[in-house]
Design a protein around this ligand. Structure first.
Ligand code: DCP
Ligand code: MG
Ligand code: MG
Length: 352
């Protein structure tokens, strides 16, 4: 039997900002694009729990956040700073894991099965992890504990903020039974709506769905949903798996069809991504350009090349993806550049 922890920092970007601006503690604060007195574009990246009390959320247009709470503190994004804090967090907790898998800037799975004699010791172990983050970095995190990654992840959601929630193997059924289907890992709002129409409003109901029928309706994802609804997840905590992709996005102040302006931005985003790639000592194989048009339709264009860490290759590939794929008759609202299929730089040297 395994014991898996999912450790996730609370309101991470704002928590980072609190470290260097302690005066924002306890005051509604938002990190995101400049609201520009309500006319700003782009979104809220995150906000603290004081701001969440007013209904502000990650991903919400910054202009909407501003309408809700114009007197909140609005801070610009500083990815490099958050990455540095993230590295400190990961370095602090990695030694406490048997197997350690970072999954995002503020989140990691820890398989602690080898560190404790029995699942009943997990709660105390998680408290040690929480305290380590607070002592070494000065920020708070929440921890979900489960017999697998899926349950640990969902337990963490219900532990937030600054909490710990353990779901033991024998409690999995009860934990999932009455959970709203949209809360199940991997299910977005659209799928949740479809499922509700089919009569599956709770995870418990979905767990009893006919596998074949779900596969007819949703393909392989249908089978996965039913497995998840049963709380089944055999995937291992993969050591050194690291972050799967590195990307940056930019929303234009006003929608644009100027190729020059767009290509200049792609160049800038590409340089930012490259810098981060080189800091994490990675090389990459796949470059993805995201184009969001003025009408909010979004298109992803990807190209895989020989593994490289060259900023020039990254930028020229992204620019070519734009030249080859963009619909020039429509204006663009937002662009993104991302690299994936990351390998350790040392790994790449061996390949060559
Ligand atoms: N983030 C983002 N875009 C989103 C959501 C989050 O850029 N739509 C960024 C900002 C977050 C960070 O990633 O600080 C971590 O994301 P989480 O989902 O873990 O959210 P938070 O840590 O901000 O809040 P929570 O306390 O709910 O974990
Ligand atoms: Mg978080
Ligand atoms: Mg997270």
């Amino acid at each position: 039997m395994r014991t898996v922890l999912l450790v996730d920092m609370d309101y991470f970007y704002v928590a980072c900002e609190e470290l260097r601006h302690p005066e924002i503690k306890g005051v509604p604060a938002v990190v995101g694009m400049d609201p520009k007195g309500g006319s700003g574009r782009g979104v809220v990246m995150t906000c603290n729990y004081e701001a969440r009390k007013f209904g502000i959320r990650s991903g919400m247009p910054i202009s909407m956040a501003y309408r809700i709470k114009p007197d909140a503190i609005y801070l610009p994004l500083d990815y490099y700073y958050y990455d540095r804090i993230s590295a400190k967090v990961m370095a602090a907790i990695k030694p406490l894991a048997g197997k350690f898998e970072q999954v995002s800037v503020d989140e990691a799975y820890m398989d602690v099965s080898a560190k404790i004699a029995h699942a009943s010791e997990a709660l105390e172990y998680a408290m040690t992890v929480q305290k380590r983050v607070l002592d070494d970095v000065g920020i708070k995190c929440s921890i979900g504990i489960g017999p697998n990654k899926l349950i640990a992840k969902m337990a963490c959601e219900s532990a937030k903020p600054a909490g710990i929630k353990q779901v033991k193997e024998e409690e999995v059924g009860e934990f999932l039974k009455d959970m709203e289907v949209g809360k199940l890992y991997g299910i977005g709002e659209k799928t949740a709506q479809k499922l509700r129409k089919l009569g599956y409003s709770t995870v418990g109901q979905l767990s009893k769905a006919n596998m074949m029928r779900m596969m007819e309706l949703f393909g392989a994802f249908g089978a996965e949903m039913v497995r998840n609804a049963k709380g089944i997840d055999d995937s291992a905590v993969v050591e050194n798996y690291g972050i799967k992709s590195i990307g940056r996005e930019f929303t234009f102040d006003s929608d644009t069809d100027s190729g020059m302006e767009i290509e200049a931005r792609i160049g800038e985003l590409g340089r930012g991504v490259s810098l981060e790639v080189s800091k994490s000592k990675k090389s990459f194989k796949t470059i993805t350009l995201k184009l969001r048009y003025a009408d909010f339709t979004e298109h992803l264009h990807s190209k895989s090349i020989k593994v490289t860490d060259s900023p020039e290759m990254l930028i020229s590939t992204a620019v070519n993806l734009y030249r080859q794929n963009a619909d020039r008759s429509r204006k663009i609202r937002k662009i993104g550049v991302r690299v994936s299929n990351l390998v350790d730089y040392s790994g790449q040297k061996k390949i060559i």
